[in-house]
Design a protein around this ligand. Structure first.
Ligand SMILES: C[S@@+](CC[C@H](N)C(=O)[O-])C[C@H]1O[C@@H](n2cnc3c(N)ncnc32)[C@H](O)[C@@H]1O
Length: 262
């Protein structure tokens, strides 16, 4: 599939929240500054929400408090030298089941740490759709694509409730340290579900809540039980897990045929 076939994606006209002005203290002793979730302090006023029919975000979803969005000013943390040792990202990527020519969405791609690696793994016939809600993150991604000579990544500016992905396209949707930040988990999962091919998989990589030794604030961690509860309620079923990452769960979900519920 050529990159040109994605040019119809209306990703530039639907930016609903680019506000990143309220950085907080680092949350984990690392450069994790945050932006407020749009439901709390974002720049979508109630009037605008009603006009554009943007659903209201949630602070709590299925018993879990939603984390704030990581600020683009902390993006260097995503490409820190220690990341490979701490998270074994290459082991995670090697176990994703990537094949040449795949179309993969890196949802919440940030500055493209995983997008660029996957672009090389899928080869010139592969395509990576790098979605993020912060245009600054996509700016960093573009700079890094250029400096590394990578051409098969398409940056897509999503909104908090809609990633603006074409339907029935993705073989894989990867979310590394992203899902727990969704202010609109239900809407995002519904859109992601539509964007998947029938046998496509969603992969969640989340810091392990069950493990107190993982040095990340509790709000940025998730338990396997909670991940499954939320994904099951939104039309996904667990098909596989990889449990050998030092800090994170890696859970693969396919589409289920079960009726959806909250
Ligand atoms: C902690 S960073 C992780 C970045 C990247 N996945 C990585 O591992 O290097 C989370 C990213 O998710 C993005 N994000 C949060 N909510 C999002 C949404 N609804 N749609 C797309 N991206 C989102 C943030 O802007 C931020 O860049």
């Amino acid at each position: 599939m050529s990159i040109c076939s994605f040019l119809y994606i209306p990703f530039l006209c639907l930016l609903l929240n680019g506000s990143t002005s309220q950085a907080e203290e680092p949350s984990d002793g690392k450069a994790l500054s945050t932006v407020p979730a749009p439901n709390v302090n974002g720049d979508i006023s109630q009037d605008d929400q009603e006009k554009s029919k943007v659903p209201k975000g949630v602070d709590v979803y299925m018993g879990r408090r939603v984390a704030q969005t990581m600020h683009y000013l902390g993006a260097e943390w995503l490409i820190r030298n220690e990341r490979e040792r701490e998270e074994r990202c290459s082991l995670m990527l090697a176990n994703l089941g990537i094949r040449k020519g795949m179309t993969i969405c890196d949802m919440g791609c940030g500055n493209g740490f995983h997008s660029l690696a996957m672009a090389k793994m899928t080869g010139e016939k592969g395509l990576i759709l790098g979605v993020d809600v912060q245009p600054e993150m996509l700016g960093f991604l573009r700079e890094r694509m250029e400096s590394q000579g990578v051409e098969n990544v398409v940056p897509i500016l999503g909104s908090f409730h809609n990633p603006h992905l074409p339907p029935n396209t993705a073989d894989l949707v990867l979310m590394v340290d992203v899902y727990h930040e969704f202010s609109h988990p239900k809407e995002m999962l519904a859109s992601i579900r539509k964007s998947l091919k029938p046998d496509g998989l969603v992969v969640l990589v989340e810091y392990r809540e069950e493990d107190p030794k993982v040095p990340i604030k509790p709000l940025h961690k998730m338990s396997k039980k909670q991940v499954s509860k939320e994904l099951n309620a939104n039309g996904f079923t667990l098909v596989k897990e990889f449990d050998k990452l030092p800090w994170q769960h890696m859970m693969f979900f396919g589409k289920s045929d079960l009726p959806l519920n909250d």
